[in-house]
Each structure stands twice: as structure tokens, then as C-alpha cells.
Design a protein around this ligand. Structure first.
Ligand code: CP
Ligand code: NVA
Length: 308
């Protein structure tokens, strides 16, 4: 029976906290959980959830994943706990890690997540920050692997804002050697540190392409991916960003420029009619709901490696 390996890094704060081998191992474990070929229990283990931003998929998929592993979750609502009152992270982290066996945290600044990890005696998982969404990328690449069997010759095109979701797609793409193309309006390019880290991993392969032209970016691509134009915390920029992203909608016309067998992904939640049309979400090319389901299997696999 396949056995989860203990990851070398205590925490999962970034997509680069796993090696390529560990990443593929997590996907293999996830596939086995999905096929019901694996039954691993961590009785009495507790996952603490700290969500400073809203969530449907990440929260519920972690809750169900933990329950399937025989453990439980504690969902800390910042407004009814002392977190919202501004209790220092270093105090919260030291206290919660005495109760819980692992923490999953969704917050704004990556540096706050790192502060939690610094003071927590237990592993910390990134459940989304402004910089990265590594749990999402696990399920994204799991969904791509289900479709194409391996990552060889896969071209992934992300059309939209170069922030958290795009950054994690880039970093994992670099780990796995996948060609990643980003099409975004000027000024919305991915973080430079992320680009430089990815380029170092890709070495001189030139597999990361950033452009302002969506049509060029989708030409021949196997996977088209998008995310909301205004992320959580950017609600007051909505009007301006809607204007800036005009022309970056994944619609049937744009899809017709991709490979004939291309699939469509979206991390959800979506604004139908903005970054993607209704028609494309509901088309036979869409793997968006498989992708959402895979969040649960991938996180169950991640937890089984972290709690090992
Ligand atoms: N994709 C994703 O992280 O969704 P939620 O915000 O609902 O967790
Ligand atoms: N970029 C989006 C992702 C939501 C899952 C956000 O940060 O709101």
C-alpha cells in the first residue's frame, strides 16, 4: 500500500516548500484517496482553521478532508475570537499550536503567515495569502495530470491578474517543468520575486512567458485558466480593474485559438461574464468542478504527509 512520506519542510507556506518529487507524491496519494484505494487515519488530530478572508472551497474541503482522516477541525472566526481584536500573532500562534496539531491560515500578507509559522510549534499551511495559493495549485496540477496523464508538453495559459493564484501556478510549473504563459494587462504582471525564483528553477528552459496579448498566449495551449479580476481585499478597485481587464475574458472566441483538446480551469468563485463567460464555464471543455473536488483529495493527501 502506498504510504505517505513525511515532507522535508515542516510548513507549507509556499509552493516551493515541496520538492518536485514531494509534489508528485502528494498528487499520487491524492489520486489514491480519490479512488478509495487508501485508508489512513489520524485519530484525535486537530486542524485549526484561521480565515481572515471568506472561503467556501478551502474551508469546507479542509474540514471534510480532516474528517475523512479521522480527525477534527476547529474553525476560528476572527470576529468572535481575540484575533479580530488584534491579539499579536506570536501569542495566538503559541497558544493555538498547543491545542491543535496543524494550522491552516488564510490571511492578507505572506509575512503574517510567516510570523504564525515562526511562533507555531506545529506545522502551518497557507490557505491563501495575497502572494500565493499553494493548496489551490496542488488541485490544479492534479486536475491537469488526470487529463493529460503527465506534464510533458503541457502548456498552461493563465489569463488574468498576476497575483496569488497565478504566482502559485508559476512556481509549481517551474517545479514540474510545465510551460506557463501569463496574459495580463500592463501593471498586473506577477510578482518579480516569484518570476525570478521560477526562472532559477526552470534554468535556461525559457518556459515562463509573460505577455499582454491573450490571443498569442492561448495559441496551442492545453489548459486555459482564469481567476477573478478583483481579489478579496480589492473590492474598492473593482470599477478600475473591470476597465483594465477589458479584453481578457475567456470566451468561446478566445478558446477557439487554443489546442482543440484544451481544458478550462478556474479556481472559483467566478464572476460569470467578467473573467469568463457562462458558456465557457458550462462547456464540455470545463474541468472546473473536478478541479474544485480535487481540492479535498489534494488537501487530504497534504495533511496525511504533514501529520505523518
Ligand atoms: N478557490 C478557493 O480558494 O475558493 P474559496 O475562496 O471558496 O476557498
Ligand atoms: N485571487 C483570488 C482567489 C480566490 C480563491 C483572491 O485572492 O480573492
Amino acid at each position: 500500500m502506498l504510504n505517505p512520506i513525511k515532507l522535508a519542510s515542516k510548513n507549507f507556506l509556499s509552493s516551493l516548500d515541496t520538492s518536485c518529487e514531494e509534489f508528485l507524491h502528494i498528487l499520487e496519494i491524492a489520486k489514491n484517496f480519490k479512488n478509495k484505494d487508501l485508508n489512513i487515519k489520524f485519530k484525535d488530530k486537530v486542524l485549526g482553521l484561521i480565515f481572515d478572508k471568506s472561503s467556501t472551497r478551502t474551508r469546507v474541503s479542509f474540514q471534510v478532508a480532516m474528517s475523512r482522516l479521522g480527525g477534527t477541525t476547529v474553525d476560528l472566526n476572527p470576529t468572535t475570537s481575540q484575533i479580530g481584536r488584534g491579539e499579536p500573532i506570536r501569542d495566538t500562534a503559541r497558544v493555538l499550536s498547543r491545542y491543535c496539531d496543524v494550522l491552516a491560515i488564510r490571511t492578507f500578507r505572506q509575512s503574517d503567515l510567516e510570523e504564525y509559522a515562526k511562533w507555531s510549534s506545529k506545522p502551518v499551511i497557507n490557505a491563501l495569502t495575497d502572494l500565493e495559493h499553494p493548496c489551490q495549485a496542488l488541485s490544479d496540477y492534479m486536475t491537469i495530470k488526470e487529463e493529460f496523464t503527465d506534464f510533458e508538453n503541457v502548456v498552461l495559459t493563465f489569463i488574468g491578474d498576476g497575483n496569488n493564484v497565478a504566482n502559485s501556478l508559476i512556481l509549481c510549473g517551474a517545479l514540474l517543468g510545465v510551460e506557463v504563459r501569463i496574459a495580463c494587462p500592463k501593471g498586473y504582471e506577477p510578482n518579480n520575486l516569484v518570476i525570478n525564483k521560477a526562472k532559477k528553477i526552470y534554468k535556461n528552459k525559457n518556459l515562463l512567458k509573460i505577455t499582454n496579448d491573450p490571443i498569442t498566449a492561448v495559441r496551442g495551449a492545453n489548459v486555459l485558466y482564469t481567476d477573478v479580476w478583483s481579489s478579496m481585499g480589492e473590492e474598492n478597485q473593482k470599477e478600475e480593474k473591470d476597465k483594465d481587464f477589458n479584453g481578457y475574458t475567456i470566451n468561446t472566441n478566445l478558446v477557439s485559438n487554443a489546442d482543440k483538446e484544451a481544458i478550462i480551469l478556474h479556481c472559483l468563485p467566478a464572476y460569470r461574464g467578467k473573467e469568463i463567460t457562462d458558456e465557457v464555464i458550462e462547456s464540455e471543455k470545463s474541468r472546473i468542478f473536478e478541479q474544485a473536488e480535487n481540492r479535498m483529495h489534494a488537501q487530504q493527501a497534504l495533511l496525511s504527509c504533514i501529520l505523518k
